[in-house]
Design a protein around this ligand. Structure first.
Ligand code: NAD
Length: 499
């Protein structure tokens, strides 16, 4: 691919590419090598107001477009994503930094989601039920809600927008989309392809800029009745609070502190592969990353030395090179935060087994690279075992038995993903029942969601909603119950009980 250089990009409002009202800009810079990839409008509240007004107007027509037709546009979008998969993958290795196979997976997830939601255009099922009265027909149908404010993080810059925008559109809503400021170019490409697929003017609008200026205005805007946010717990709390005055529908997908349990009877090679992939894939910057590994004492030492040896073999580098195992982290602030947790772990008395340093040399100084880091002898209450670090750092915790493993796994504020490696079917089923999380994997790591199952977490990972699958439709529709009386007389429910 050709990286676009410092090309200047715009917001997309009402079918037109426009600058921010302020004329201010910000740059997208590659975390891999510091290259400037583009210049973007640094928008403010007035740009959001403009986009919200256009989206509100467009809703009146878009909601009337038959859902199968809306689905056909998404089907075309999925095809376009597939046609552009190589280009988007390469761009992602530059703008977000993840390695090529993972970047390809990110794009594939958006392709899968768009095809899946295209099919929803011919379902969007409601219910029909019998009436308690004669000559009366009852049904419930899904209704679109209006303008959806879509606020996304940088770590899945194509997949996460698709999880939100595809279901919102097929349900008949219109969109104001604010991509993360670390990955605006991928957000821009996403919208360009939607436009090419045939989304009418005003139905999808993009406003670039920061959380405080653009995101917050969306959250407080009276004409944006739904906000869907994926981000940190702290941002989720602020968003919920700031949206309260408008009684908005708020859909939150927040942080995680996911654990893999390895029991004495596990296939250790398989478990080690699962741990490496879940802890260090995407440089640990996945909401489902395994940042805790809970190991039964009989296999603790063997697993720890296996993991140290394997982690030290991982090659750091730019994501677009085929032999890179681990790419950069997203920016300097993230690098500093991750490194500060290494010191916190050491101060707390955990044993640094490998890593724990900023990587340099061989061109790595141009970007933000951190050595895959393993801590041993971690107490479950230590901060490195409780707080989301969002980097390539994982904590090994030794336990005596299954019950303690489940207790430790559940002993955190988050509840996104969980995993157990065991060959005991009884323990596997008890784990499926007892792990308090939105996702449980058996004999696989904590990552690898498929788009037709609900995705999301319990406790502080969210507020009870789910993305993906049929569950996503509940975020973007409201139920209407409809009663049709064809008796020709006034029949009173609960009163005319004799009929
Ligand atoms: P972040 O919370 O810093 O930002 C997320 C988005 O919210 C960005 O677009 C940001 O500009 C915006 N934002 C920030 N403050 C805002 C405000 N006051 N009002 C409105 N918008 C605001 O998160 P991040 O660093 O981009 O992403 C990493 C976090 O996302 C991690 O905590 C990770 O676990 C989480 N995440 C969760 C899931 C999930 O599905 N549960 C998936 C991916 C990432």
């Amino acid at each position: 691919m050709t990286v676009t250089g410092a090309r200047t990009f715009k917001n997309f409002i009402g079918g037109e590419w426009v600058d921010a009202a302020s004329g201010e800009t910000f740059e997208s810079v590659s975390p891999a090598d510091g290259e400037t990839l583009g210049v973007f409008p640094k928008s403010g509240p007035e740009d959001v107001d403009r986009a919200a007004a256009v989206a509100k107007q467009a809703f009146e027509e878009w909601r009337l477009v038959p859902a199968p037709k809306r689905g056909e546009i998404l089907f075309r979008f999925a095809q376009l994503l597939a046609e552009h998969k190589a280009e988007l993958t390469d761009l992602m290795t530059h703008e977000m930094g993840k390695v090529k196979p993972e970047a390809g997976g990110d794009v594939q997830e958006a392709i899968d989601m768009s095809y899946y939601m295209a099919g929803e255009g011919r379902r969007l099922w409601g219910q029909t039920t019998p009436s308690e009265l004669r000559d009366k027909f009852n049904m419930s149908v899904r209704m679109p809600i209006g303008v959806v404010g879509v606020i996304t993080p940088w770590n899945f810059p194509i997949a996460i927008p698709s999880w939100k925008i595809a279901p919102a559109l097929v349900c008949g809503n219109t969109i104001v989309f604010k991509p993360a400021t670390d990955t605006p170019l991928l957000g821009e490409r996403f919208v360009e392809l939607l436009v090419e697929a045939g989304v009418p003017a005003g139905v999808v609008n993009v406003v670039h800029g920061g959380g405080a200026a653009v995101g917050d205005r969306l959250v407080r805007h009276p004409d944006v009745p739904v906000i869907t946010l994926t981000g940190s717990r702290e941002t989720g709390v602020q968003v919920m609070r700031n949206a309260a005055d408008c009684l908005k529908h708020i859909h939150l997908e927040l942080g995680g502190k996911n654990a893999i349990i390895v029991l004495d009877d596990a296939d250790l090679d398989l478990a080690a592969d699962g741990i490496l992939w879940s802890a260090f894939g995407t440089s640990g910057q996945r909401c489902t990353a395994a940042s805790r590994v809970i190991v039964q004492e009989g296999v603790y030492d063997a697993l720890a030395s296996h993991l140290v040896a394997a982690a030290e073999k991982l090659r750091l580098g730019v994501g677009w090179e085929d032999d890179t195992d681990v790419g950069p982290v997203i920016n300097e602030g993230a690098l500093e935060k991750i490194h500060s947790y290494t010191q916190i772990g050491i101060d707390e008395g955990a044993k640094l087994l490998t890593g724990g340093e900023v990587a340099s040399g061989n061109g790595l100084d141009k970007g933000f690279y951190y050595r895959p880091t393993l801590f041993g002898d971690v107490d479950p209450q230590m901060r490195i075992a409780q707080e989301e670090i969002f980097g390539p750092t994982t904590a090994l915790i030794r336990v005596e038995d299954f019950d303690e493993a489940v207790r430790v796994s559940n002993g955190i504020r988050y509840g996104l993903s969980s995993s157990i490696f065991t060959r005991d079917v009884n323990k596997a089923f008890r784990a499926m029942r007892d792990l308090v999380a939105g996702i449980t994997y058996v004999n696989a790591g904590t990552i690898g969601a498929e788009v037709h199952l609900p995705f999301g977490g319990t406790k502080d990972t969210g507020n009870g909603h789910r993305e993906a699958g049929q569950a996503a439709l509940d975020v973007f529709t409201e139920w209407k119950s409809i009663y049709v009386d064809y008796s020709g007389k006034l029949q009173k429910a609960q009163i005319d009980t004799a009929s």
